[in-house]
Ligand binder design. Structure first.
Ligand code: UDP
Ligand code: MN
Length: 251
C-alpha cells in the first residue's frame, strides 16, 4: 500500500518512532480504521510523521482494515486492533484516528495526559466551520488512556454501516464519569479530506435503539465479547497494517 517515506527514513519499519535523546512522556498507539482510501492514507502518513516526531512522542501508527467487502464495522476493527496491539506492544495511550483528518495546529499534542480522562482532539473541523458540532461528539480523533478504554469495554461491536459507535462511546464515558477534555477551538483544528458522504449507509433504525441502551449494554458488548480473526499483519515502512475478519454474519 502506501510507501511514501521521504524525510521519514528514521521511522522504524512498522511505523514506530521514539526520541533518541530523551525519554518520551507517553507511549502512544495511533489506530486508523481504513478501507479503500489510499490517497487519504498517503496524505496522512506524509502529514503526521514529522509532526509526531516534533512532539517527541514514542508512537506507532497502526492501520486496521476489515477483510472482504462486507458491511463496514468500524467499532470491531478498532477493538480488534487494540487487542492485538496489547499483545505485542507496551503503550499507555491509544488514539483512534479517522484517516481523512489532517491536523492544522501542531500545538495539539497527541498524548493522553496524566489523568484517566479521554481527550477529543478534533473539536474544530473545517467542514463544520471549526465549531463543535454537538457536545457529545467524540468522532474524528480521540485519545484514550488504555486503562479507561478497557474500563468502558472498548467500542460497541454492534454498529454496522455508518455512524453510531462514536456516540455510543460518549455514553460509555458518561457511565464511568470520564469527563471528556478538549483542546481550545483555536488548537483542535482539522481539515477533513474530501470524500463521498456515507450518510446514506446509516441504518438509523439500528442506531437509535442501540443508543438508548448504551449504558446497560456496555458490560457485555465490546472488548470482552468480540469475535474476530487476524488475517494478515504486515510491517510497512511507515505503519503496521492489520487485516481482520470480523464475522459479518453475527451482530
Ligand atoms: N473509513 C474508510 N473507508 C470507508 C469508510 C470509512 O477508511 O469506506 C474510515 C476512515 O478512517 C474514515 C472513517 O472510517 O475517515 C470515518 O468514515 P467517514 O470519513 O466516511 O465518516 P464521516 O466523515 O462521514 O463521519
Ligand atoms: Mn470523514
Amino acid at each position: 500500500m502506501a510507501e511514501t517515506s521521504g524525510e521519514n527514513h528514521d521511522v522504524e519499519l512498522g511505523g514506530h518512532w521514539s526520541p533518541r535523546d530523551c525519554l518520551a512522556r507517553s507511549r502512544v498507539i495511533i489506530i486508523i480504521p481504513y478501507r479503500d482510501r489510499l490517497d487519504h492514507l498517503k496524505r496522512w502518513l506524509h502529514h503526521y510523521h514529522p509532526i509526531l516526531k516534533r512532539q517527541l512522542l514514542d508512537y506507532r501508527v497502526v492501520v486496521t482494515e476489515q477483510y472482504g467487502n462486507g458491511i463496514f464495522n468500524k467499532g470491531r476493527i478498532m477493538n480488534a486492533a487494540f487487542l492485538e496491539c496489547r499483545k505485542a506492544y507496551r503503550f499507555d495511550c491509544v488514539i483512534f484516528h479517522d484517516v481523512d483528518m489532517l491536523l492544522e495546529n501542531d500545538l495539539n499534542m497527541y498524548v493522553c495526559g496524566n489523568d484517566t480522562t479521554p481527550k477529543h482532539l478534533s473539536p474544530a473541523v473545517d467542514q463544520f466551520h471549526y465549531k463543535l458540532f454537538y457536545l457529545g461528539l467524540v468522532g474524528g480523533v480521540l485519545a484514550i488512556p488504555v486503562n479507561t478504554f478497557v474500563k468502558v469495554n472498548g467500542y460497541s461491536n454492534q454498529f454496522w454501516g455508518w455512524g453510531g459507535e462514536d456516540d455510543d462511546m460518549w455514553e460509555r464515558f458518561v457511565a464511568v464519569n470520564a469527563t471528556v477534555k478538549r483542546p481550545p477551538l483555536t488548537i483542535g483544528r482539522y481539515t477533513m479530506n474530501k470524500h463521498a458522504s456515507r450518510r446514506g449507509q446509516a441504518n438509523y433504525t439500528m442506531i437509535y435503539p442501540l443508543l438508548k441502551t448504551s449504558r446497560s449494554r456496555m458490560r457485555s458488548d465490546g472488548l470482552n465479547n468480540i469475535s474476530y480473526s487476524l488475517v494478515t499483519v504486515k510491517l510497512h515502512r511507515l505503519y503496521t497494517h492489520l487485516v481482520f475478519d470480523v464475522d459479518t454474519s453475527a451482530s
